[in-house]
Design a protein around this ligand. Structure first.
Ligand code: C2E
Ligand code: CA
Ligand code: CA
Length: 533
């Protein structure tokens, strides 16, 4: 992976982590805001229902008192009439005052003041009513009957009236939650505000009511939420609007629990995503991926008889096909060994050999393929147990699969000794690879019973160049002859090397002089050519 790809991946990772961290917090926030709005609107509805009940109840009671006055038989404003008015005013809690007026609307008497003598309260004439029902009930809203006196809500009919405190309509609502909510009661026939809670702007309440009546005309804004309830039996409506909140109040009302919960969940998800991606992108993650996806291919380097130059077999060399690149084993085998992935790779190499060359080996029993094993493959009989049945199924003879083991694979010498014996007993020849490069190649040659050794390329390279070290190859060959083990010389690139090695007694060799590692089809062709077929 180059630096640009790494940079792009890092950027992608950051974006994913950010999305993963913020998305749940955002969703949580939106969700919480919705539920908060829903809660708010439910609360407003509860207040509105209570307010409407209250308004209807007050209206009903005032009408009842009015109806009782209508039944008083005494002459208007006579002492018994005034007594009756006082009794009615006392028994109806909501009634502040009751009284009578003449046909011209002039005030005649009152339960509080008694008979109003002409002259004292001259000019106290009722104005035209704010509302009049079909059956003759009239209402005055916000009427101050005495100069400087309190305003009253007055309901009258046929020359008599009851007066009440307008706040009766809206008191007792404070207990229903947020007292800052504005409540207004409206007469819907004349669109007049009858009463509002303290500090509530009547004009604003009326504006809200008008907007609600014509929703199409409602401006698209995030105005404060409101609820309007209309009475089914009376020309009344109530408007409840939520208070305009200050920034600090809004912040306090934010669904912090949801926000923090969402953020925590997001960070968890992001952490997991980061862990997952980093793992996937790590060499180990990519190699496990490759094992899972069978991304390995095998190249076959012909091994030839140095005398006849005929091909006798091939060494299987694994490659990792990573996207459109081929990765050489030196770059991943150590990691695979370290991370416990090498056995799976060995198995895949064997599967590939049998798939690609199974038929060929069955047909030409004189050829063999040698497989490179690592320490874990040589500590137990596991691979042997896989190998035996697999070649049997293909009809490939045990002699046709040979084993190459380096000194590094002899970590557990006792176990390796046993496993090597088992391979040989099963018919697989075993070679000591990279011979001469380790510290104890000679001692290994004594400890392990093996069939042959592969002279490392470094000793072949010096042939014909440096007399001192080029003789090492010659000594190894002599020693092999003494021990009666076969020799394969690796990395032969020049003809003089091949000639020299053969003259000294090395029977087999491999290297670019003969052929580089080939595909299965190329190897089959190569073998055919050297056979003279
Ligand atoms: P090795 O077993 O010593 O394999 C020989 C290496 O030398 C191969 O490299 C081969 O391509 C290269 N080579 C052959 N002839 C010449 C030549 O004339 N000149 C030069 N310069 N190089 C030549 P490769 O394929 O890169 O393999 C490297 C090492 O990876 C192998 O060394 C072997 O130790 C390991 N290896 C390869 N396949 C496997 C496998 O399936 N399993 C295990 N455990 N190790 C493997
Ligand atoms: Ca080898
Ligand atoms: Ca080697």
């Amino acid at each position: 992976m180059n630096n640009i790809q790494r940079g792009a991946l890092a950027a992608l990772l950051i974006v994913i982590v950010l999305i993963a961290a913020l998305a749940p917090a955002g969703i949580g926030f939106l969700f919480a805001q919705r539920s908060q709005r829903h809660e708010e609107s439910e609360r407003l509805k509860t207040v509105a229902n209570a307010a409407l009940n209250r308004a209807e109840d007050v209206t009903r009671r005032l009408s009842g008192a009015l109806w009782e006055i209508g039944k008083v038989a005494a002459a208007p404003c006579s002492p018994p009439y005034l007594d009756a008015l006082r009794r009615i005013a006392l028994t109806h809690e909501q009634v502040r005052d009751a009284g009578a007026y003449d046909r011209d609307g002039r005030w005649q008497c009152s339960s509080l003041l008694g008979a109003v003598s002409a002259g004292t309260l001259d000019g106290l004439t009722l104005p035209a009513p704010d509302w009049r029902s079909r059956d003759g009930v009239m209402a005055w809203y916000g009427l101050a009957r005495l100069p400087g006196g309190k305003t009253s809500l007055v309901m009258g009919r046929d020359g008599f009236y009851v007066a009440a405190d307008p706040s009766l309509y809206v008191d007792s609502l404070e207990s229903l939650g947020d007292p800052a909510s504005g409540v207004g009661v409206i007469n819907t026939e004349v669109s007049r505000v009858i009463a509002t809670t303290p500090a509530t702007d009547a004009a604003a309440i009326l504006a809200v009511y008008r907007t609600a009546r014509r929703p199409a005309a409602a401006p698209a804004c995030d105005c404060q939420p409101y609820v309007v309830r209309r009475s089914a039996s009376m020309p009344l409506a109530v408007v409840v609007s939520a208070p305009q909140q200050s920034l600090r109040q809004r912040a306090r009302a934010l669904p912090w629990g949801w926000l923090l919960g969402g953020l925590a969940a997001g960070l968890l998800v992001a952490g997991w995503a980061a862990f997952f991606i980093v793992r996937r992108l790590s060499p180990r993650g990519q190699l496990s991926d490759a094992v899972r996806r069978h991304q390995f291919i095998v190249a076959y380097q012909p091994i030839v008889d140095l005398g006849t130059r005929r091909c006798v077999g091939a060494e299987a060399l694994v490659r990792w096909k990573y996207h459109d690149r081929i990765v050489r084993p030196d770059h991943f085998i150590p990691l695979a060994e370290h991370r416990g992935l090498i056995q799976a790779i060995t198995d895949q190499v064997l599967d590939t050999i049998l798939l690609e060359l199974g038929e060929f080996l069955k047909r030409y029993p004189e050829y063999y393929v040698s497989v490179n094993l690592s320490a874990p493959d040589l500590t137990t009989r596991r691979f042997l147990d896989v190998l035996g049945p697999a070649i049997a199924r293909q009809g490939v003879r045990p002699q046709q699969i040979r084993i190459e083991a380096t000194e590094r694979s002899f970590l557990d010498a006792d176990a390796a000794k046993e496993v090597i014996s088992a391979f040989r007993d099963a018919g697989h020849a075993v070679y000591l690879d990279d011979f001469g490069t380790g510290y104890s190649s000679l001692s290994h040659l004594q400890t392990f019973r093996i069939d042959g050794l592969k002279i490392d390329k470094s000793f072949v390279d010096t042939i014909g160049q440096d007399a001192a070290s080029s003789s090492v190859a010659s000594h190894i060959i002599d020693m092999a002859a003494t021990l009666d083990v076969q020799v394969i010389a690796e990395g032969i690139e020049r003809e003089e090397q091949a000639v020299y090695l053969h003259a000294r007694g090395a029977r087999f060799g491999q290297g670019w002089l003969f052929s580089p590692p080939l595909s299965a089809a190329e190897f089959i062709r190569y073998a055919g050519k050297t056979r003279g077929a």
